[in-house]
Design a binder for this molecule. Structure first.
Ligand code: SAM
Length: 241
């Protein structure tokens, strides 16, 4: 079974209006949409973002939601990747048998932008032996959306920006000290962040772009960060360096 074209689509942070025109056009045309979710009993957030398109497309569209659990256990992850590959190829084959035509185009949708900590590039690796062509469509990142809503720029002038996915590494601690502006994804270990950046200006975006989004601004020490997966913290360490 071969796939003519695989798209990696950035669906933006959650607001369907932040989907690019290109992403919209492709999602209206593809044979199959693949949207990863973190648990069997959860919905894919990327899919939630594009649910209007899914409804418009109706029954003709194949949607596959493989589970990619949030674990650092490589062996466990490999098993899930294998399962995802089998599920996608099985659906594509079933479609080919039922309709007498192959499943030619597949779009993998990811929250925000595919270049930022997305599972898309791993997906691409796993499928590259059965795919003829690949195209990646960028999306609006979570931190661009937070910055826009708070009306605070991520960086200006010569400011150096760092993105920190995990504060508990030596590298992160070094970068926190040397960057003018910081973006913390899924911020946890707030004690470490508070220790280093206590009175600096912060913007916390929770579920940005979704109906229940929250934007909280203040000094780092005043911000009560929920241990919510969908939250992004921007801290201005040394504005306008
Ligand atoms: C695996 S990273 C993916 C980042 C994504 N590719 C992007 O470009 O924004 C997931 C993290 O992005 C942030 N994030 C993604 N969407 C968000 C949203 N709608 N609101 C707040 N933070 C979000 C959170 O920090 C979350 O833990």
């Amino acid at each position: 079974m071969r796939i003519r074209k695989l798209y990696g689509i950035g669906a933006g942070p959650g607001d369907p209006e932040l989907l690019t025109l290109k992403a919209y056009r492709i999602l209206k045309e593809v044979d199959m949409i693949v949207a990863p979710k973190s648990r069997e009993d959860k919905r894919s957030l990327a899919l939630l973002t594009i649910e209007g398109i899914i409804k418009e497309r109706g029954n003709g569209l194949i949607v596959v939601e493989p589970v990619f659990p949030m674990t650092k256990d490589r062996d466990k992850l490999e098993q899930y990747w294998e399962k995802a590959r089998d599920a996608v190829l099985a659906r594509a084959e079933a479609e080919a048998k039922a309709k007498g035509k192959g499943c030619e185009t597949v779009a993998f949708v990811t929250l925000g932008d595919p270049s930022m900590y997305s599972t898309f590039y791993r997906f691409m690796e796993i499928f590259k032996d059965v795919v003829d062509e690949i195209e990646v469509v960028p999306g609006v990142t979570s931190f661009s959306a937070c910055s826009a809503i708070a009306k605070v720029p991520v960086a200006e002038g010569n400011e150096i920006v760092s993105i920190v996915p995990d504060v508990k590494t030596q590298n992160a601690l070094r970068v926190i000290e040397s960057s003018d502006s910081l973006i913390f994804l899924k911020p946890k270990n707030m004690d470490v962040i508070e220790n280093k950046l206590c009175n600096k200006k912060a913007i916390l975006g929770v579920r940005v772009g979704f109906k229940d989004q929250e934007i909280i601004t203040g000094e780092v020490s005043e911000i009560d960060v929920p241990t919510h997966y969908l939250s992004t913290l921007i801290v201005k360490n040394n504005p306008r360096a």
